[in-house]
Every structure is written in C-alpha cells, then in structure tokens.
Design a protein around this ligand. Structure first.
Ligand code: COS
Length: 383
C-alpha cells in the first residue's frame, strides 16, 4: 500500500539521488577500509533511513511494506553494506518490539532507533543453532526482578555498532523446543557482554558481524518483549517473515544495479567489430537476467501488498526470499560472464558484487529453509 504517492515519490527521488551522488562513489573506499565513512552515516540519519519502518508516533517514517520494498529497490542499487547498517535497525532488530512489545518498551526504545542514535541488532543464531532456530541454548534464568543471561550468539550483524540487542534466550530449560524461548531487549552496554573478533567475510565489506558473548548479564524483567515468557520464538519467526520480504527487495535492488552496469558494458565493449550486446548469446544472458529480475520485483511487490492488506504471508515471504536471492546470484554470475576478464578483476567492482550477493542465499534463512517453509505452508493450507 502506498499512502501518499507524492510523498513517496519525493522520498524515492531523495534516496535515488543519495545513492548516485553519495553512496555509489564511496563503494570502493568502503570495500577497502571495511568501514562506512562517518559523514555518510550522518547523512543516512538526516535522510531518516534508520526510521523507515518505525511509526511516525515514535519519530520514524512508518513506511508500509510496499513502501519499504520500493525504498529498498532504490537504496540497494549500490554496495549492500550501506543497507546493512540500517537494515537491522529498520528490520529484524527493532520489529520484535514493534510487533510484540509493550507500550512502555515502544516508548523507550523506538524513538532513539528511529533517529539512528541507537543501532539495533538481532541475536538469534548460535554456534550450535543456525537453521534449527528452536534449538538455542543461551539461557536466561530468572533472579528477582532480573534475568541472568549466559550464552554465545554467532554471526550477529551490526553487533560491533549495536546499542541494543533483540535477544532470543531459553527461559524454560525443561522445554527443549520453541516454547521455552523468550525474547528480550538488552542494552548493549550491560556489564557481562563482550564481542568476539569481527568476522572476516567473503564479501559485504563495511557490514560487520561477530560473536556476542553473554556472561552473567543481568537484564531487567521489564525487558521481556511483551512481558510474557515463552513467546520469543514466535516473535522471531514473525520478524523473519517480514525480514524475508525486505531481503528479497534488497536482492532486486542489487540485481538492478548489476544488470544496468552489465548492459552498459555490453553496449560499449566491442569484439569482432561490434558491441558484444549485439551477439545473441550475450543477449540471451541479458534477457534471462531481465526476466528473472522482473519476476522477483513483481513477487516482492505482491507479497508486500498482501502483507499490508493483513494477509498471513509467511509462505509468500519465503517464496520471495528464496527466488530473489537465487536470482541475484544468477544475475551476478552472468554479469561476471559478460564482463569476461574485466568481471573477474577487481577494477569494475563486478567480482565484489559477485561475492557480496552470495550472502543473500544464506542469512535470514537459507534457501533450503525457505523451501521448507514454503512446502510446509502448502501442506498446512491443503489440509
Ligand atoms: N509466525 C508465527 N508463528 C510461527 C511462525 C511464523 N512465521 N513459524 C512458526 N511459528 C510457530 C509455530 O506455529 C509453532 O507454534 P505452536 O508450537 O504454538 O504450534 C512454533 O512457532 C514452532 O514452529 P515450528 O514447529 O514450525 O518450528 P521448527 O522448529 O520446525 O522451525 C523453521 C521452523 C525451520 C522454519 C525455523 O526454525 C526457521 O525459520 N529457521 C531458520 C532461522 C533463520 O532464519 N535464521 C537466520 C538467523 S537471523 S539472520
């Protein structure tokens, strides 16, 4: 749903200009230094990017899912690390509070998140618990008006920058599965929290992940999201449903950029006396990428509109994440192929994108997990 076309077009224009004038020229610096320059972070705050999904009542822009997807299409026509910095705050790090938090929790935490003064991070994955999210071992033991948290979280995006974590921990050790899990808001400055070394990843330089170790961390009982134990797994799954549409939109944006650069290259690069874009075998690759990109864009917008209309889009969100993340992998692969040697060396940035997009098939649920979610949804609906 688009609430106001004129306002939306204004926002999309600003984001498009920001990407073209500020982000795209900084891609190489970010890749080389593994840091997003402070002045760019400042400008991202000014543009309101940290508050895209947080309701206006808390100082954000309160975008609908369709509006969010359209902004991601634009924002992601550049290195995905820029989106990653705001991604956990507008997405999986904050949405648990928004969906299931109490009024007090929303009042306290959402305004600084919307301003970008606080970065939110989502702490679910553990060394022994990845796809099997219900098997987490991080323990939160009640002690008076607090819980004492012990455990290790792994590959936590934006943990080095985070001011707060949406943490999933087991409050009921007798319940081995999903029902023993509770979601907490944890202030990142709480004593007992330490960070591991920043992971040396294949790509997405400038976006940081690391271990987060909780050692006797005392979290106020008032920080249980929604105030009720045992609901954390469902909160996490709902957050991930929305996050999967968001990531699919990110994949569309990145693929759009890759295809544009590739088309331009194919029209400029001459072999056998003519631009390679005139050769049918190159055209086939361009056409396959355009077709798949169009399909992914259409899927994302359809799922987003359905979610805005109040439908349960668990299955559709998984379809989008599955298809769009695989699609951008193929688009990146063809981009390297069409660029030939120029795609394999670092100068054109194509090999960087090729490495960057590999992550999309893994995080916020692997392609195989999306297949499981889709098939289970089909069986549930049929019975
Ligand atoms: N929304 C609301 N509730 C949901 C839900 C959703 N999308 N998905 C599951 N639930 C509920 C179920 O209804 C069930 O509730 P009841 O016990 O009341 O019936 C409960 O949660 C447990 O669900 P289920 O039995 O399906 O859980 P599984 O352990 O089988 O796990 C998968 C389901 C595999 C889908 C889940 O573990 C998953 O998504 N894993 C991937 C995790 C992931 O994306 N990690 C990335 C880290 S974040 S970057």
């Amino acid at each position: 749903m688009i609430r106001d076309t004129e306002t939306m077009n204004g926002l999309l224009d600003s984001v498009r200009r920001f990407v073209r004038e500020r982000l795209a020229p900084a891609e190489e610096v970010v890749a080389e230094t593994d840091q997003i320059p402070a002045d760019i972070v400042h400008d991202m705050k000014q543009l309101g990017l940290f508050g895209l999904t947080i309701p206006e009542a808390y100082g954000g822009l309160g975008l609908t899912m369709e509006e969010e997807a359209l902004v991601m299409f634009e924002l992601c026509e550049t290195a995905p690390a820029f989106r990653s910095l705001i991604g956990t705050t507008v997405g999986i790090g904050s949405q648990g509070i928004l969906m299931d938090g109490t009024a007090e929790q929303k009042d306290r935490w959402l305004p600084p998140l919307a301003r970008g003064d606080l970065i939110a991070s989502f702490a679910l994955t553990e060394p022994e618990s990845g796809s099997d999210a219900a098997s987490i071992r991080t323990r939160a033991r009640r002690d008076g008006e607090h819980y004492v948290v012990d455990g290790t979280k792994r590959f936590i995006t934006n943990a080095p920058e985070a001011g707060m974590f949406t943490l999933m921990a087991r409050t009921d050790p007798a319940q081995k599965g999903a029902s023993g899990i509770t979601a907490f808001i944890v202030d990142a400055k709480t004593p007992g929290i330490s960070l591991g070394r920043i992971d040396r990843k294949m790509g997405q330089k400038g976006a940081h992940t690391c271990d987060v170790v909780f050692d006797g961390v005392r979290v106020p009982a008032a920080n249980v999201i929604g105030g009720v134990e045992g609901r954390g797994f469902k909160t996490a799954m709902k957050v991930l449903d929305k996050g999967r549409i968001h990531i699919a939109a990110v994949c569309v944006g990145v693929a759009e950029r890759l295809l544009r650069d590739t088309l331009r290259y194919a029209m400029e690069r001459k072999q056998f006396g003519q631009p390679i874009a005139e050769f049918q075998l190159v055209q086939a690759m361009l056409a396959d990428s355009r077709t798949e990109l169009y399909a992914a864009r259409t899927m994302v917008l359809d799922a987003a509109r359905r979610r805005d209309a109040g439908e349960d889009v668990s299955t559709e969100a998984a379809c989008c994440k599955y298809y769009a993340s695989e699609m951008v992998g193929r688009v990146a692969d063809r981009a390297v192929q069409i660029h030939g040697g120029a795609g394999y060396v670092a100068d054109h940035g194509i090999e960087r994108y090729y490495r960057d997009v590999r992550l999309f098939r893994i995080y916020e649920g692997t392609s195989q997990i999306q297949q499981i979610v889709i098939a289970r949804g089909m069986v549930r609906q049929a019975s």
